[in-house]
Design a protein around this ligand. Sequence first.
Ligand code: ADP
Ligand code: MG
Length: 256
Amino acid sequence: MTLVQMTTAVSTGRTIVSVEGVSKEFAVRGGEPLRVLDNINLQLREGEIVALLGKSGSGKSTLLRTIAGLIPPSDGIVRYRDEPLTGSNPGTAVVFQSFALLPWLTVQENVELGLRARGLDPDVRRRRAERVIDLIGLDGFANAYPKELSGGMRQRVGFARALVLEPEALLMDEPFSALDVLTAENLRTELTSLWGSEDFPTRSICLVTHNIEEAVLLADRVVVLGANPGRIKAELTIGLPRPRDRRSAGFQALVD
Ligand code: ADP
Ligand code: MG
């Protein structure tokens, strides 16, 4: 049985985000511009988890930020539900590697921040934040400050802050790589069981990682980015049902 195969036509889900011919160059003082992304084409579809795998410096974060509309491409377009982006992508939310919490705000306030920016009513904000705080295993910590929390709990706040925005596509930039192995494993397992539950607001995940095992365990499709310039080197479909762990995935079967 072939468990890993080259992608042909895979997910039948509708496209949420579409990256079309995207290139990105950064200006370099006194030198040629640095071409970090070169003609990238990529779709995030309903119901799938896509891992963006690549070495450090291959442009993974740049691509994720471009998808989120945090930086504009030098060439090409990013669409959300067929509409070209004009600024930040309204269908996405980002979980960062370094958590990016505001230290002077409580957990609850950090989680509510993005809703405040959307002009939601204080009552609605509070209810939505409380729900996500429970969902992500932070109950009892709503009034704590980030410095009082462990790394794993801080990243849970990072997840809550993204999920409260109810993004159709959740973008995660190496969300587990600042955590110790066991904490990372726990969070990964929880995320996999949340996915597909009715409470989980998101329909597609794009996970940036340099960890091939993580990519194979979590994703349905693995897109490999190569550097200089950043191009898609390979795209693999993981033909295994979710959720998987090392035992049930039968890692041996992947290499047989
Ligand atoms: P990865 O996330 O795969 O490690 P990045 O997307 O962070 O890669 O970076 C890819 C390349 O682009 C690196 O060489 C990095 O130094 C460069 N780069 C990223 N952001 C900027 C920026 N704002 N200005 C100039 N160069 C940048
Ligand atoms: Mg990065």
